[in-house]
Design a protein around this ligand. Structure first.
Ligand SMILES: *[C@@H]1O[C@H](CO)[C@@H](O)[C@H](O)[C@H]1NC(C)=O
Ligand SMILES: *[C@@H]1O[C@H](CO)[C@@H](O)[C@H](O)[C@H]1NC(C)=O
Ligand SMILES: *[C@@H]1O[C@H](CO)[C@@H](O)[C@H](O)[C@H]1NC(C)=O
Ligand SMILES: *[C@@H]1O[C@H](CO)[C@@H](O)[C@H](O)[C@H]1NC(C)=O
Ligand SMILES: *[C@@H]1O[C@H](CO)[C@@H](O)[C@H](O)[C@H]1NC(C)=O
Ligand SMILES: *[C@@H]1O[C@H](CO)[C@@H](O)[C@H](O)[C@H]1NC(C)=O
Ligand SMILES: *[C@@H]1O[C@H](CO)[C@@H](O)[C@H](O)[C@H]1NC(C)=O
Ligand SMILES: *[C@@H]1O[C@H](CO)[C@@H](O)[C@H](O)[C@H]1NC(C)=O
Ligand SMILES: *[C@@H]1O[C@H](CO)[C@@H](O)[C@H](O)[C@H]1NC(C)=O
Ligand SMILES: *[C@@H]1O[C@H](CO)[C@@H](O)[C@H](O)[C@H]1NC(C)=O
Length: 541
């Protein structure tokens, strides 16, 4: 999990190794002229005498061969050397050779290169160089384009005179012990593409001089002691691919201008003291693959617009003060592999759809205020308890899952089942009850009808198959004011009373139930007289 970011932070180094390897291959093919520029050769021999070379990398630097063929040396010669062609040293590549500076000369070998006035590329990275660069570094060739001294033990202040090298594209100082402010003067290096000073002891403000650096592609200043705010002028670096300011003491808000750098792919601002929120404008970062703002004081919601950063592969916002919900729209981030939201104040449910993010392999939601059921599919299948710990209101759908995640089993789901059952069963039961009741009525009426026929006093034909018009007050008196002793039964749709009504509407006293009136609540009242009439009158229109 951590290794992704770590690899990234180290990546510039690996690039360099590959680059150097290719350079070394090209030297063996360099057929240089036998015409020797004495000054240059002297300079190189002087350089050799001033460094200690435990691996004998420079043993071939002797008079038996022209200096342009020496290991690591590259001259500006064409393929066929011509008389009078000046063999000017343009590239000196001695990276990865364990060279060290002796205490006696203390990096004075730089002096010897001052006479190589066509030098464009100086590569001294990954050696054992110790101490301060001499001031003569400012007198190197004004044609200098690339300057690599990273991965050594260099100390002292930021190399002097870099502003002299107007064509400088690479200034690589990372992994040393430089200790000073970063000079404002870098602002004149219009062609700078790579500025890499991470892992040193630089302090003070980041200079506000990026407005000219429109070619800048690589800007890493992480792991120093820089303080203050990020200057807005960084927004002018519209070609920026990586911005690494991690592990400093930077504060203030993250300037909106950064979210306008459409080319930005890697943004590392973790381990600082940034405050404020991440604005909605974050969706300007369409190329963004890695974003780490962990270990700051950031607050506010996670902007839902982050779901429009469609290239995002890793999002880390752990150990901040973010609050509010996890945006549901994050399910749009189909390429997301790693998501660390731990140790914030996020609340609400875990969006169920997160389980549909098939690329998502690492997820940490620990120490928030999340609640509800933990989804079960996708990344959640293999999730361990320490990716969810510290969310006291989370629960697991099944006992086994809940046990693995060390959360209680959900009770909400069961409640839902019960209420669903209640919703279905009660109407069905009521309907059945009503049917039974109607059957009972029908039987009762037909029995009565037969009885009346026998008596010849009260017949269904009296009503001629039509529903009689009987007023509410007549029903009330027929049932003796809906008296309890006249109540036959109660169903979901109302109560059923017995009462007697004569053919002309007069109430007839009787001890046997002659008339049954189902009272539909709240307003409708229907009457049943006999089997046929009852069917007609009770069934809906
Ligand atoms: C001088 O360099 C050549 C290779 O260019 C090497 O073979 C030879 O041993 C070197 N001579 C000395 C004295 O180091
Ligand atoms: C590099 O040099 C240091 C001393 O300067 C030595 O201890 C180390 O073994 C050397 N490493 C290699 C690979 O030669
Ligand atoms: C550089 O060249 C000047 C003369 O042009 C010479 O005096 C000086 O010694 C040279 N320096 C080195 C280190 O070769
Ligand atoms: C560097 O050049 C300046 C003039 O541009 C000169 O004054 C200074 O002595 C030179 N320093 C070294 C170490 O050569
Ligand atoms: C800087 O580069 C440009 C174009 O590559 C070139 O014309 C100019 O001479 C260079 N300047 C120096 C001081 O090398
Ligand atoms: C931008 O470049 C110009 C010309 O080189 C220079 O005068 C100016 O100071 C630079 N701006 C910054 C902020 O460094
Ligand atoms: C940021 O840090 C500087 C010192 O490094 C301090 O003076 C300033 O008050 C801080 N600003 C905020 C907003 O914390
Ligand atoms: C977390 O958020 C809740 C509201 O959701 C708030 O009441 C509480 O103070 C917040 N806690 C912290 C430490 O910010
Ligand atoms: C869960 O882990 C197993 C074995 O470690 C692996 O094969 C499977 O792909 C993982 N599932 C998910 C969704 O990551
Ligand atoms: C999740 O984050 C918390 C705190 O940020 C940490 O303690 C825990 O180890 C992390 N879990 C995993 C699986 O990385």
């Amino acid at each position: 999990m951590e290794s992704i970011v770590h690899t990234l932070k180290m990546k510039e180094h690996h690039h360099l190794v590959l680059f150097l390897f290719l350079q070394l291959l090209s030297f063996s093919m360099n057929k240089a002229s036998s015409l020797v520029d004495d000054t240059e050769r002297e300079a190189l021999l002087s350089f050799k005498s001033m460094v200690s070379d435990p691996r004998d990398a420079l043993s071939g630097w002797n008079l038996s061969s022209p200096h342009c063929t020496w290991f690591g040396v590259s001259c500006s010669t064409g393929p066929v050397p011509l008389l009078g062609n000046m063999n000017k040293l343009v590239k000196l590549n001695l990276g990865h050779n364990n060279l060290s500076s002796t205490t006696e000369h203390n990096l004075q070998f730089i002096d010897s290169l001052v006479n190589c006035t066509d030098l464009e590329i100086l590569i001294l990275n990954s050696n054992q160089l110790v101490g301060e660069l001499p001031s003569s570094v400012a007198n190197l060739s004004t044609h200098l384009r690339e300057f690599y001294v990273d991965d050594n033990f260099l100390s002292g202040s930021f190399p002097r005179g870099m502003e002299n090298f107007r064509n400088l594209t690479v200034l690589s100082l990372h992994q040393n012990s430089f200790k000073s402010k970063v000079p404002n003067s870098i602002g004149v290096l219009h062609n700078l593409r790579r500025f890499s000073i991470n892992q040193n002891m630089f302090f003070g403000d980041i200079p506000d001089s990026f407005s000219n650096l429109t070619q800048l592609y690589w800007l890493t200043m992480g792991n120093n002691q820089l303080s203050g705010r990020i200057p807005k002028s960084i927004g002018n670096c519209q070609r920026l691919y990586i911005l690494g300011l991690f592990r400093n003491m930077l504060n203030g808000s993250i300037p909106k201008e950064i979210f306008g750098i459409a080319s930005l792919s890697k943004l590392f601002l973790d381990q600082n003291a940034f405050s404020g929120s991440v604005p909605n404008e974050v969706d300007g970062l369409k190329q963004l693959e890695f974003m780490d703002v962990s270990d700051n004081q950031l607050s506010g919601n996670i902007p839902p617009t982050i779901s429009d950063c469609s290239s995002l592969r890793s999002l880390r916002i752990a150990r901040n003060k973010f609050s509010g919900p996890i945006p549901k729209l994050m399910v749009k981030l189909a390429g997301l592999e790693s998501l660390d939201l731990s140790s914030n104040n996020l609340s609400g449910p875990i969006p169920q759809d997160l389980e549909n993010l098939l690329a998502l392999k690492n997820l940490n939601l620990s120490f928030n205020q999340l609640e509800g059921q933990v989804p079960r599919g996708g990344v959640f299948m293999n999730l361990s308890w320490d990716s969810l710990q510290g969310n006291n209101k989370l629960c697991g759908g099944e006992q086994e899952v809940a046990g693995k995640l060390r959360v209680p089993t959900c009770t909400t789901k069961k409640k839902q089942n019960i209420s669903a059952a209640v919703k279905i069963i009660i109407p069905i039961a009521s309907f059945v009850l009503l049917c039974v009741l109607l059957c009972f009525i029908w039987v009762l009426i037909s029995h009565k009808k037969k009885h009346e026929k026998d008596k010849g006093t009260y017949s269904s034909s009296t009503f001629k198959g039509r529903c009689p018009k009987i007023s509410y007050s007549e029903i009330r008196s027929a049932t003796n004011g809906f008296a309890v002793e006249n109540l036959i039964g109660k169903g979901a749709f109302g109560s059923v009373y017995k009462g007697l009504i004569s053919s002309n509407g007069r109430i007839i006293q009787s001890t046997t139930p002659a008339l049954v009136i189902p009272v539909l609540l709240p307003a409708a009242v229907a009457l049943s007289m006999s089997g046929e009439v009852a069917k007609k009158c009770v069934s809906p229109p």
